[in-house]
Design a protein around this ligand. Structure first.
Ligand code: PA5
Length: 435
């Protein structure tokens, strides 16, 4: 079976062999520290073994709940934010990308649609969602580890109210699924009191590492994504990225390359892709790396770009602006569809020389031309090749990035599993809200 590849060829002009030699013992030490489970944040390493130590009984319950949601409803509203949202959203867009023109809803029972709430405090968004739900049957999966996060808690109030008004308290109870802490927190208390079916965010898995728990798996199963393949991909990645050898472990090589580039002033990493289905994978990745590394005055700033669209907006800066960037390209090697460009009689746009060529061929030449130009312009490029956009490779990719993120944090000398910085704005916000 082909697998995910890491190509560091285009970091060559920017990293000297001595730098690889110098970082090797540090990278090996970081890998051993993670493996020993004695490093900073060691209480939050449950994600490391999740793909093989998954709670099988819970997985069966998740699949049963997913089938029930499909029978009950036309829409599943997933309520959550940050780590309780981005993984499921990224996976859904990756596996079932939103079509450019979403199909018009009809009363006929079609496949379940999944939408999200609790990711903002916009009344307009909420009202639009309630209006769009209209007469459609819907269920709710409310996800919050703490149970007290403002955005999802506020959205849940609105949607629960709507659901109870529509189906009565008992009917609503059968349509609400809560994913939260095993025993603590406001959502756990409410779910137990109301009798909602619940799923667990394990104590030793932080929000941004939780996509392979019920947090990601229930919405994906409900959307008919093959979650067994997702977990199998992650399990294979776990086996692949275990060794503490820089030469043999791509997650460690990625972490080491990033660290060398960072030390040389490349302070911004842009995750770029040429397939729109990767847009939210980049959002998930930004949270993972931003919250894990950005602390104690340190860290690479994670940014993203969607090519070729952003070549027409950010392209000038990337080519010619301050030289503090590097790019990590996630390249899906086999697109799902590959139509050929049609010819025209008048050839007014001058593209007939490409007639009959596939869109994949054209996209690849854009990729190659951009890569060469950016590298020549002083932007190192790391390429991650993904054979195809399937749940199996997505599971592999999730695990690859999580493992590399933990190793990157240890190489940087931070605790990759805490997020002390996110409390500051909350303190101010709640002071103002309570004033
Ligand atoms: O990574 C994190 O810890 C955060 O992004 C949280 O996931 C996010 O704030 C949501 O928290 P909760 O699940 O407690 O509502």
């Amino acid at each position: 079976m082909s697998h995910i590849t890491l190509d560091l060829t285009h970091t060559g002009p920017f990293i000297r062999p001595e730098e690889w030699a110098a970082i090797e013992p540090q990278a090996v030490a970081a890998a051993k520290l993670l493996d020993s489970r004695r490093g900073p944040g060691a209480d939050f390493l449950g994600w490391l073994d999740l793909p093989v130590k998954y709670d099988r009984a819970e997985l069966r319950r998740i699949k049963a709940a997913a089938r029930r949601i499909q029978r009950q409803s036309q829409v599943l509203v997933v309520i959550g934010i940050g780590g309780s949202y981005l993984g499921a959203k990224a996976a859904l867009e990756f596996c079932r990308p939103t079509p450019p023109l979403p199909p018009t809803w009809s009363r006929k029972k079609g496949p379940l649609q999944v939408c999200f709430a609790g990711t903002n405090l916009s009344g307009t968004y909420l009202q639009q969602l309630l209006d769009a739900l209209g007469e459609r049957d819907f269920s709710i999966n409310v996800i919050s580890k703490s149970g007290t996060t403002l955005e999802p808690a506020a959205a849940f109030r609105f949607l629960r109210h709507h659901l109870e008004a529509r189906y009565g308290k008992e009917g609503a109870r059968q349509r609400i699924y809560a994913t939260t802490d095993r025993s603590r927190g406001a959502l756990r208390t409410l779910a137990d009191r109301e009798g909602y079916e619940t799923f667990v965010v394990p104590d030793d898995v932080g929000g941004r590492f939780s996509v392979l728990t019920a947090v990601g798996v229930l919405p994906l199963a409900a959307a008919n994504v093959d979650v067994d393949a997702l977990l199998r991909g992650a399990a294979d990645a776990r086996a692949r990225y275990r060794t503490a050898s820089l030469a043999d472990n791509d997650a460690l090589r990625y972490a080491a390359a990033r660290n060398i580039l960072y030390r040389k002033g490349k302070l911004i990493e842009m995750l770029v892709s040429y397939e729109p289905r990767l847009l939210y994978l980049a959002e998930w990745w930004k949270q993972l790396y931003g919250e894990s590394e950005g602390k104690d005055g340190k860290g690479i700033f994670p940014a993203s770009a969607q090519f070729t669209a952003d070549l027409h907006s950010l392209g000038q800066y990337v080519q010619d602006g301050r030289r503090h960037l590097f790019e990590t390209l996630v390249d899906i090697e086999m697109p799902q569809h590959d139509p050929a460009l049609p010819p025209t009689d008048d050839d007014l746009d001058g593209l007939n020389y490409l007639a009959g060529k596939s869109m994949r061929f054209i996209n690849e030449q854009a990729l190659q031309g951009t890569l060469e130009a950016h590298v020549a312009g002083g932007v190192p490029n790391i390429r991650i090749g993904v054979p195809e956009a399937s749940p199996y490779y997505l599971g592999h990719l999730f695990y690859f990035f999580e493992k590399a993120c933990a190793l990157s944090g240890y190489l940087l000398g931070v605790n990759p599993f805490d997020q002390p910085g996110v409390e500051a704005y909350k303190k101010n916000m709640f002071r103002l809200l309570k004033a």
